[in-house]
Design a protein around this ligand. Structure first.
Ligand SMILES: [Zn+2]
Length: 220
Protein backbone atom coordinates (compact mmCIF):
# COMPACT_ATOMS: atom_id res chain seq x y z
CA UNK A 1 0.00 0.00 0.00
CA UNK A 2 1.27 3.47 -0.88
CA UNK A 3 1.35 5.58 2.27
CA UNK A 4 2.77 8.88 1.01
CA UNK A 5 1.29 10.98 -1.77
CA UNK A 6 4.44 13.05 -2.35
CA UNK A 7 8.15 12.52 -1.70
CA UNK A 8 8.99 16.17 -1.28
CA UNK A 9 8.19 17.32 2.30
CA UNK A 10 6.81 20.69 1.18
CA UNK A 11 4.53 19.03 -1.36
CA UNK A 12 3.47 16.46 1.23
CA UNK A 13 2.64 19.25 3.71
CA UNK A 14 0.53 21.05 1.10
CA UNK A 15 -1.39 17.87 0.28
CA UNK A 16 -1.90 17.15 3.98
CA UNK A 17 -3.31 20.65 4.53
CA UNK A 18 -5.66 20.40 1.53
CA UNK A 19 -6.35 16.68 1.10
CA UNK A 20 -8.47 15.08 -1.58
CA UNK A 21 -10.60 12.06 -0.64
CA UNK A 22 -12.64 9.73 -2.82
CA UNK A 23 -16.14 9.20 -1.46
CA UNK A 24 -16.84 5.52 -0.79
CA UNK A 25 -20.09 4.01 -2.16
CA UNK A 26 -21.58 4.36 1.34
CA UNK A 27 -21.43 8.17 0.89
CA UNK A 28 -18.94 9.05 3.58
CA UNK A 29 -15.71 7.98 5.27
CA UNK A 30 -13.95 8.60 8.59
CA UNK A 31 -11.50 10.97 6.84
CA UNK A 32 -14.31 13.07 5.33
CA UNK A 33 -16.31 13.04 8.56
CA UNK A 34 -13.22 14.22 10.46
CA UNK A 35 -13.01 17.30 8.22
CA UNK A 36 -16.76 17.89 8.58
CA UNK A 37 -16.46 17.76 12.37
CA UNK A 38 -13.27 19.83 12.56
CA UNK A 39 -13.17 23.30 14.07
CA UNK A 40 -11.28 24.47 11.03
CA UNK A 41 -10.07 22.74 7.87
CA UNK A 42 -10.94 21.84 4.34
CA UNK A 43 -10.71 19.06 1.79
CA UNK A 44 -11.88 18.07 -1.63
CA UNK A 45 -14.25 15.07 -1.67
CA UNK A 46 -14.60 13.38 -5.05
CA UNK A 47 -17.80 11.50 -5.79
CA UNK A 48 -19.25 9.92 -8.89
CA UNK A 49 -21.26 13.11 -9.44
CA UNK A 50 -18.52 15.72 -8.98
CA UNK A 51 -16.08 17.12 -6.46
CA UNK A 52 -17.17 18.92 -3.32
CA UNK A 53 -15.24 21.48 -1.33
CA UNK A 54 -15.78 20.73 2.34
CA UNK A 55 -14.71 23.74 4.38
CA UNK A 56 -14.99 24.35 8.10
CA UNK A 57 -14.45 27.43 10.21
CA UNK A 58 -15.48 27.82 13.85
CA UNK A 59 -18.49 29.83 12.58
CA UNK A 60 -19.20 28.14 9.23
CA UNK A 61 -19.83 24.73 7.70
CA UNK A 62 -19.79 24.65 3.93
CA UNK A 63 -20.14 21.68 1.55
CA UNK A 64 -20.32 22.97 -2.01
CA UNK A 65 -19.73 21.39 -5.43
CA UNK A 66 -16.74 22.88 -7.24
CA UNK A 67 -16.95 20.88 -10.47
CA UNK A 68 -19.77 19.80 -12.77
CA UNK A 69 -20.69 16.09 -12.65
CA UNK A 70 -17.76 13.93 -13.76
CA UNK A 71 -18.66 12.14 -17.01
CA UNK A 72 -16.28 9.21 -16.39
CA UNK A 73 -17.62 6.19 -14.56
CA UNK A 74 -16.32 6.25 -11.00
CA UNK A 75 -17.21 3.54 -8.48
CA UNK A 76 -17.71 6.23 -5.82
CA UNK A 77 -20.57 7.47 -3.72
CA UNK A 78 -22.48 10.69 -4.26
CA UNK A 79 -21.25 14.05 -3.00
CA UNK A 80 -24.70 14.48 -1.46
CA UNK A 81 -26.53 17.73 -0.78
CA UNK A 82 -24.78 21.10 -0.52
CA UNK A 83 -24.87 22.99 2.73
CA UNK A 84 -23.86 26.39 4.05
CA UNK A 85 -24.70 26.59 7.72
CA UNK A 86 -23.79 29.24 10.23
CA UNK A 87 -22.40 27.38 13.24
CA UNK A 88 -22.54 30.71 15.06
CA UNK A 89 -26.28 31.03 14.45
CA UNK A 90 -28.03 34.03 12.92
CA UNK A 91 -26.66 37.51 13.56
CA UNK A 92 -29.00 39.55 15.77
CA UNK A 93 -31.16 41.94 13.80
CA UNK A 94 -30.20 44.81 16.15
CA UNK A 95 -26.63 44.65 14.82
CA UNK A 96 -27.86 45.16 11.26
CA UNK A 97 -29.95 48.13 12.40
CA UNK A 98 -26.89 49.70 14.09
CA UNK A 99 -24.88 49.23 10.90
CA UNK A 100 -27.57 50.99 8.86
CA UNK A 101 -27.65 53.88 11.35
CA UNK A 102 -23.86 54.18 11.18
CA UNK A 103 -23.84 54.14 7.37
CA UNK A 104 -26.61 56.76 7.17
CA UNK A 105 -24.76 59.05 9.58
CA UNK A 106 -21.63 58.78 7.38
CA UNK A 107 -23.51 59.93 4.22
CA UNK A 108 -22.60 61.07 1.63
CA UNK A 109 -19.42 59.09 2.28
CA UNK A 110 -18.97 55.36 2.20
CA UNK A 111 -18.46 53.54 5.50
CA UNK A 112 -17.68 50.03 6.77
CA UNK A 113 -18.52 47.69 9.65
CA UNK A 114 -17.50 44.20 10.70
CA UNK A 115 -19.64 41.66 12.52
CA UNK A 116 -17.37 39.66 14.83
CA UNK A 117 -18.30 36.39 16.56
CA UNK A 118 -16.58 35.28 19.74
CA UNK A 119 -16.24 31.52 19.82
CA UNK A 120 -15.78 31.37 23.61
CA UNK A 121 -18.74 33.43 24.75
CA UNK A 122 -20.65 32.64 21.54
CA UNK A 123 -21.70 36.24 21.16
CA UNK A 124 -21.62 38.76 18.33
CA UNK A 125 -20.17 42.26 18.38
CA UNK A 126 -19.86 45.09 15.94
CA UNK A 127 -16.56 46.68 15.00
CA UNK A 128 -16.22 49.93 13.11
CA UNK A 129 -12.80 50.01 11.46
CA UNK A 130 -10.35 52.82 11.49
CA UNK A 131 -11.01 54.76 8.30
CA UNK A 132 -8.02 56.14 6.46
CA UNK A 133 -9.94 57.79 3.65
CA UNK A 134 -13.67 58.07 2.98
CA UNK A 135 -15.40 59.79 0.05
CA UNK A 136 -18.77 59.16 -1.65
CA UNK A 137 -17.05 56.68 -4.00
CA UNK A 138 -13.97 55.45 -2.20
CA UNK A 139 -13.15 53.95 1.17
CA UNK A 140 -9.83 52.88 2.62
CA UNK A 141 -9.84 51.16 5.99
CA UNK A 142 -7.91 48.64 8.00
CA UNK A 143 -9.20 45.14 8.66
CA UNK A 144 -9.40 44.34 12.37
CA UNK A 145 -6.65 42.25 13.93
CA UNK A 146 -8.51 39.70 16.02
CA UNK A 147 -7.48 37.33 18.81
CA UNK A 148 -7.77 33.62 17.89
CA UNK A 149 -11.20 33.07 19.45
CA UNK A 150 -12.81 35.98 17.59
CA UNK A 151 -13.85 35.64 13.97
CA UNK A 152 -14.87 38.04 11.24
CA UNK A 153 -18.23 36.66 10.08
CA UNK A 154 -19.61 39.53 8.05
CA UNK A 155 -17.81 42.38 6.30
CA UNK A 156 -20.23 45.18 5.40
CA UNK A 157 -19.55 48.40 3.55
CA UNK A 158 -21.77 51.06 2.08
CA UNK A 159 -21.79 52.61 -1.35
CA UNK A 160 -23.44 55.71 0.09
CA UNK A 161 -26.17 56.96 -2.25
CA UNK A 162 -24.87 54.68 -5.06
CA UNK A 163 -26.08 51.23 -6.06
CA UNK A 164 -25.09 48.13 -4.09
CA UNK A 165 -22.77 45.87 -6.10
CA UNK A 166 -19.36 44.28 -5.75
CA UNK A 167 -16.76 46.37 -7.54
CA UNK A 168 -13.47 45.10 -8.96
CA UNK A 169 -11.82 46.57 -5.85
CA UNK A 170 -14.24 44.61 -3.66
CA UNK A 171 -13.44 41.42 -5.63
CA UNK A 172 -9.71 41.92 -5.07
CA UNK A 173 -10.24 42.68 -1.36
CA UNK A 174 -12.42 39.57 -0.85
CA UNK A 175 -10.47 37.04 -2.93
CA UNK A 176 -8.63 35.36 -0.06
CA UNK A 177 -11.22 35.67 2.70
CA UNK A 178 -13.73 33.36 4.28
CA UNK A 179 -16.61 35.64 5.24
CA UNK A 180 -20.02 36.92 4.31
CA UNK A 181 -19.66 40.19 2.40
CA UNK A 182 -22.46 42.71 2.14
CA UNK A 183 -22.67 45.99 0.25
CA UNK A 184 -25.44 48.40 1.14
CA UNK A 185 -26.30 51.10 -1.35
CA UNK A 186 -28.96 53.68 -2.17
CA UNK A 187 -28.94 54.84 1.44
CA UNK A 188 -31.27 57.70 2.11
CA UNK A 189 -33.06 57.10 -1.21
CA UNK A 190 -36.83 56.58 -1.34
CA UNK A 191 -36.39 53.14 -2.93
CA UNK A 192 -33.39 52.17 -0.75
CA UNK A 193 -31.55 50.62 0.77
CA UNK A 194 -30.24 48.26 -1.85
CA UNK A 195 -28.26 45.21 -0.67
CA UNK A 196 -25.79 42.88 -2.42
CA UNK A 197 -24.48 39.82 -0.60
CA UNK A 198 -22.11 36.92 -1.15
CA UNK A 199 -20.28 34.23 0.75
CA UNK A 200 -16.53 34.38 0.11
CA UNK A 201 -14.92 30.95 0.58
CA UNK A 202 -12.26 28.85 -1.11
CA UNK A 203 -11.45 31.69 -3.51
CA UNK A 204 -15.07 31.67 -4.73
CA UNK A 205 -17.95 34.08 -4.41
CA UNK A 206 -21.10 32.10 -3.59
CA UNK A 207 -24.71 33.06 -3.20
CA UNK A 208 -25.73 33.58 0.42
CA UNK A 209 -28.39 30.88 0.79
CA UNK A 210 -30.37 32.80 3.38
CA UNK A 211 -30.43 36.07 5.22
CA UNK A 212 -27.70 35.80 7.91
CA UNK A 213 -29.60 38.18 10.20
CA UNK A 214 -32.45 37.19 12.44
CA UNK A 215 -35.81 38.86 11.93
CA UNK A 216 -37.29 39.82 8.57
CA UNK A 217 -35.76 38.92 5.25
CA UNK A 218 -34.51 42.19 3.83
CA UNK A 219 -30.75 41.89 4.38
CA UNK A 220 -29.80 39.33 1.73
ZN1 LIG B 1 -17.74 48.38 -2.70
Amino acid sequence: MITTLADDPTAAAILAAAPCYPIPPSGTSPAIEAVRAARTGHCLAVGRDGANLILRRPWLELDVPVTPPIPAYLPYGSIGPSRANLRCGLIPRAIFDRVLDHFCSALPNEAAAFVIWDEEDRDFSLHFPQIEEATPSRLIYRNPVLPPQRHLVCDIHSHGHGRAFFSATDDADDAHSTKIALVIGRLGQPDGPDIASRLCAGGMFLDVPRNPFSGDDHAA
